[in-house]
Design a protein around this ligand. Structure first.
Ligand code: ADP
Length: 652
């Protein structure tokens, strides 16, 4: 895997606009507390002092502020010159904008205060002005009324930052960048390059993409002859088979920048974001052209646009898809941007995506076969220190059905297991342990199982093994274990043949072997248990598929209810009538019941061998094909060279 693209520029010290807000708020609060007092020389005084000043004729005006119980006292010009008022007559440092009183008095009872002033005024024949007023703390009230809005806006900004990729700063952290594409750029200069050497197997696929590499390297060769270059290629295959790896290798070989993102990265909870991200992605790619855009899991946006839009939530996905279609049409062949996309559900993709001129090439990337697995092992064993020269053929045989990613995981896990055991190098046994662990999960050494339960599990697994041994089309057995691992309490492993077409008798034999576990419990103990859950699930699915998908049931005939466009997945309506539904249910249960009875009959006839097998299983916990041969003799239907592909049968 290439490293993530880290820019090497040092982080600038971040100037945050929050500082400005902070300073402003601090100033406002400061003003509030000081009430503007520091800008004038107003002094507090008592009513008696005020009365005296009034008698002396020093006061020009008194403003009584009723709501706060204070009176503002303004002196006459002459009084300001007097010695007693020297303190309040000095000019303030910063002149106030409006008139500032010299004294402030808390008057107590308004009536008494007013009477006294009136009395003094009458006695001395004064014409001091007395006014009444109310005063409000304008700023405070303003702040208070703004508080809810400030809170709401604050929360909103916080949420926006969270949604647009975390408040970690950088491009994703800003709300204004929500419409920007989240593609990760692997630059051909700064990142470790992946080449075709890192991709094992996949010859056919490599050949197909080779042409894309050629084009990116040397476009003139094609365009000069008037040829048009594919704009996109779709890599189809199960997860972990190396689709991303292949796309990266294309970029690495062609030495062009590589934009990688997942289909789900386009869609956010805001409407219009997906489309805007698509636009941005293509713009970035064009700026860096020639380049490759890789969209993983394109089915997240590329699903067929349906008519049954119940929730309305599909709209955004459709807009995104439309934009993608437009962009792919929009850039001419001379822009040298090639779109590679990966999916494991090519069947559900919108037809418009697949038409010529968009993803006109489909490249199938399948699970690796025996030879390819060996090559993948070679690639991933390179960095691992092994104790002996490992037999890669053997390892490849032990890992049927594994994807490239699984094999990479096996190699890594083996190294970890060896390290845990303080070994100096990784041995073959470590690899086998790693395979077991990846197939079955962690060994549960401390799971408490009563002897009774253990016996049931042993008979259950022995039942699978016995029935599959007896049936012509059942897959050949590899090993049976009653060591609990992960979710399962025991398992029988097979090497199913890789069949391209399956006949009904093959399906039925497999179902019979699957029912063998429960049948054995019934035959031996005359009791059944919950241990057969996963078996039942499997046969039910298989039986349903026989009836409703493959048209293998005589009663229903040659009909299928399978919808390859995937549009019915969201529908609530069934494509068949109530009557047919009933018939389907009956047929499914009939098929399963028949196979169960067949397994019971087989086991009844071979009860002694079943018992022998179960006893050996209880004793050894793991038994292999050879042990079965000792009990049953050679398998009557053994084929010359059993194909490889393994499957696991579990009993929970
Ligand atoms: P996907 O098909 O899901 O995109 P990836 O390409 O991400 O799978 O594969 C995951 C990992 O599996 C790769 O990083 C690589 O280590 C390993 N891998 C898969 N296929 C191969 C292969 N053909 N050769 C070598 N390694 C492979």
């Amino acid at each position: 895997m290439a490293k993530e693209n880290n820019s090497n520029t040092p982080k600038k010290p971040r100037f945050s606009s929050w500082w400005i807000y902070g300073v402003v708020i601090a100033l406002i609060i400061g003003f509030q507390f000081l009430g503007g007092g520091s800008f004038s020389n107003t002094e507090k005084t008592t009513t008696s002092a005020l009365e005296e000043y009034l008698r002396n004729g020093d006061i020009e005006k008194i403003i009584v502020i009723k709501n706060i119980g204070q009176a503002k006292v303004f002196l006459t010009e002459a009084a300001l010159q007097k010695e007693v008022h020297k303190k309040v007559s000095e000019k303030p440092l910063i002149p106030a904008t409006s008139a500032v009183p010299q004294y402030i008095v808390e008057y107590g009872d308004l009536q008494i205060f007013q009477n006294e002033i009136d009395e003094i005024k009458a006695e001395n024949n004064l014409n001091t002005i007395v006014e009444f007023d109310t005063e409000s703390n304008v700023l405070g009230e303003l702040l208070l009324s703004l508080l809810p809005f400030a809170l709401i806006i604050g929360i909103w900004i916080y949420l926006m930052r969270r949604m647009s990729g975390g408040a970690g700063g950088g491009a994703g952290g800003q709300i204004f960048n929500i419409g920007k594409s989240k593609a990760k750029l692997f630059d051909e200069k700064t990142d470790t390059r992946t080449s075709f050497k890192d991709v094992a197997g996949l010859e056919g696929a490599k050949e197909e993409v080779q042409e894309i590499v050629e084009f990116l390297k040397n476009p003139d060769k094609y365009t000069s002859l008037g040829g048009k270059i594919p704009k996109g290629a779709l890599l189809v295959g199960p997860p972990g088979t190396g689709k991303t790896l292949l796309a990266k290798a294309v970029a690495g070989e062609a030495k062009v920048p590589f934009f990688s993102l997942s289909g789900s990265d386009f869609v956010e909870m805001f409407v219009g974001v997906g489309a805007s991200r698509v636009r941005d992605l293509f713009k970035q790619a064009k700026d860096k052209s020639p380049s490759i855009i890789f969209i993983d899991e394109i089915d997240a946006i590329g699903r067929a646009r349906g008519k049954n839009n119940f929730t309305g939530s599909n709209d955004e996905r459709e807009n995104t898809l439309n934009q993608l279609l437009t962009e792919m049409d929009g850039f001419g062949t001379n822009t040298n941007v090639i779109v590679l996309a990966a999916t494991n559900r090519a069947d559900v993709l919108d037809k418009a995506l697949m038409r010529a001129g968009r993803f006109d090439r489909q490249i199938y990337v399948d699970l690796p076969d025996l030879r390819e697995r060996k090559e993948i092992f070679e690639v991933h064993l390179r960095p691992i220190k092994t104790a002996e020269t490992l037999d890669l053929d053997f390892l490849a045989k032990q890992t049927p059905g594994f994807s490239g990613a699984d094999i990479a995981n096996v190699c890594n896990e083996a190294a970890l297991i060896a390290a845990r055991k303080e070994k100096k190098a990784v041995t073959k046994q470590d690899f086998l342990d790693a395979v077991d662990r990846i197939v079955g999960g962690l060994e549960k050494k401390n799971k408490i199982i009563t002897p009774e339960e253990k016996k049931t599990i042993a008979y259950h697994e022995a039942g699978h093994a016995t029935v599959s041994w007896m049936l012509e089309h059942a897959a050949p057995l590899v090993k049976v274990t009653i060591v609990p691992r992960g979710q399962s309490l025991g398992a029988a492993w097979y090497l199913p043949e890789e069949r391209l077409i399956v006949r009904p008798e093959q399906m039925l034999d497999e179902m019979c072997a699957t029912m063998g576990g429960r049948a054995a419990e019934k035959v031996v103990f005359n009791k059944i248990s919950t241990g057969a859950l996963s078996d039942l699930e499997k046969v039910t699915k298989q039986a349903r598929a026989m009836v409703t998908i493959y048209g293998l049931n005589d009663e229903l005939g040659n009909i299928t209810y399978y919808d390859s466009s995937g549009q019915n997945e969201y529908g609530f309506t069934k494509p068949y009538s109530e009557e047919t539904a009933q018939k389907i249910d009956e047929e499914i249960s009939k098929i399963i019941e028949e196979q169960y009875q067949r397994a019971i009959k087989l086991l009844d006839e071979n009860k002694d061998k079943l018992k022998e097998l179960a006893d050996r299983l209880l004793e050894k916990e793991v038994i292999f094909k050879d042990d079965l041969e000792k009990i049953f003799g050679k398998r009557p239907f053994e084929k010359e060279e059993p194909e490889e592909e393994e499957e696991k049968e579990t009993a929970e």
